[in-house]
Ligand binder design. Structure first.
Ligand code: ASP
Length: 430
């Protein structure tokens, strides 16, 4: 059985078991609740996510130093950076626009407000501090790179690795000696993440048991139209927009691409964190899709940090939903403002579970909608977070592939080979 099949089985079994516990009212049972759900299962899920997170800083740093060293030698950093950031912003703006159009057609807020006559119970949402655009900008630059690594500040780590790599490419013999060391270290890191990936079926099993046992399925019924609108926009973007872009801009067969992206997509779904998924995405984009390290090591971590198309989609639909529910009209200027702020908010959204809901306050505030409205949708956000994280991660892979192709850095042989970079059963043969 290949890894994807084993992950799917782990997910299915986990979900079934979790839902079973909830249906049989065993969640608060002394033994099941305390020892199984909050004990072994919780520990298993947390250890898996922690192992993934453990890989993020060392893998991204080492990989990007290697990438920047070879980019420095060709002098194409600026062009690559411009293209990558431009495409990330453009795909996000496209994502919010799609979400707004769909939400304005479906009118999810009107049905919730009318049918239930405003009776959807919700606790007023307490706004937390969302990062401002200015702070986000300043925070890109590290005053202390070691601190940035210790705090997991990815943009700062990216900037330091880029500069270090560029310096290595300009430092003659000394530079090439150190660059050689980083190349070796990069291979070892890739080996390590391959070993962690082998644990995925067990990790997602634990995460899914917990989800099945604790998610409030009833909540979804209350705001079903909203839930379905977000889910449809996410599916449309993932299965229509990205494939079209890949086909037109890179001449890549979208099915081959999506098939290879299955593992990061499943990890994103189970962890709700594009940050934790980053090591898996990076390995897949390089070794399975065939994007050269000098593009992948830059584009993928940057994407995981600033590119959140799925989050922007949720924010677009949520804005329309909340406006309709409270009886506000959104004019064309307000809609344009939503596109702009949701695109910027996506940059400031941390790649961890649930943050999209916090940066939604920025978007709502910008168009004068009541922030308490978030209380309406918070109950179903856990599941939508899983779905939108899949889109966030797929978007990173898509842009990395398109940029690599335009730079002549996409190895189509690797892309076409179904077994390229596949994770083998035995840890020692990658
Ligand atoms: N969970 C999302 C991610 O990590 C962010 C969010 O929308 O909350 O990509």
């Amino acid at each position: 059985m290949n890894l994807t099949q084993r992950i799917l089985i782990g997910m299915g079994l986990g979900l079934a078991l979790g839902v079973g516990f909830q249906a049989a009212d065993l969640v608060s049972n002394d033994f099941i609740g305390a020892y199984v759900l909050d004990g072994a299962i919780d520990a298993g899920g947390k250890i898996f996510v922690t192992l993934l997170k453990m890989m993020v800083v060392p893998l991204v740093f080492v990989s990007l130093v290697c990438g920047a060293t070879s980019l420095g030698a060709t002098g194409s950093v600026g062009r690559l950076g411009g293209k990558t950031i431009g495409l990330y912003l453009a795909t996000t703006a496209l994502a919010v626009s799609l979400a707004l159009i769909l939400a304005l057609v479906v009118d999810p807020g009107l049905s919730a407000a009318d049918e239930q006559n405003g009776a959807v119970a919700f606790d007023a949402y307490q706004a937390k501090d969302a990062p401002s655009v200015k702070d986000t900008l300043i925070n890109i630059f590290p005053s202390n790179p070691i601190q940035a690594m210790a705090d997991g500040k990815m943009l700062q780590v990216i900037v330091f690795a880029l500069l270090l790599g560029l310096a290595l490419s300009r430092a003659g013999d000394a530079g090439s000696r150190i660059a050689g060391f980083f190349q070796d270290l990069n291979e070892v890191m890739m080996k390590l993440i391959t070993m962690v990936i082998q644990l995925t079926p067990y990790g997602v099993f634990c995460l899914m048991v917990k989800l099945g046992a604790t998610v409030g399925w009833v909540e979804i019924g209350k705001v079903l139209a909203y839930f379905l609108t977000v889910a449809s926009a996410l599916i449309l973007h993932g299965l229509l927009v990205y494939p079209t872009l890949l086909r037109i801009l890179a001449g890549v067969n979208p099915l081959t691409f999506l098939r290879k992206m299955r593992e990061p997509m499943l990890v994103a779904f189970s962890t709700s964190s594009s940050g934790a998924t980053l090591p898996v995405t990076l390995r897949t984009v390089e070794h399975r899709i065939g994007v050269n390290n000098n593009v992948a090591s830059f584009a993928v971590p940057l994407g995981a940090t600033i590119n959140m198309d799925g989050t922007a989609i949720m924010q677009g639909v949520a804005t329309v939903f909340i406006a309709q529910f409270f009886g506000y009209q959104l004019g064309v200027d307000a809609l344009l403002m939503v596109i702009l702020t949701a695109t910027l908010a996506s940059i400031g959204t941390a790649a961890v579970p649930g943050v999209g809901l916090i940066t939604l306050t920025l978007v709502l505030g910008q168009v004068g909608l009541p922030i308490e409205g978030i209380g309406l949708i918070i109950g179903v956000d856990r599941l939508l977070d899983m779905l939108r994280t899949v889109v966030n991660v797929t978007g990173d892979g898509t842009v990395a592939t398109i940029v690599a192709n335009s730079e002549g850095q996409l190895d189509k042989e690797t892309l076409r080979d179904p077994n390229a970079g596949a994770v083998a059963q035995v840890p020692s043969d990658t």
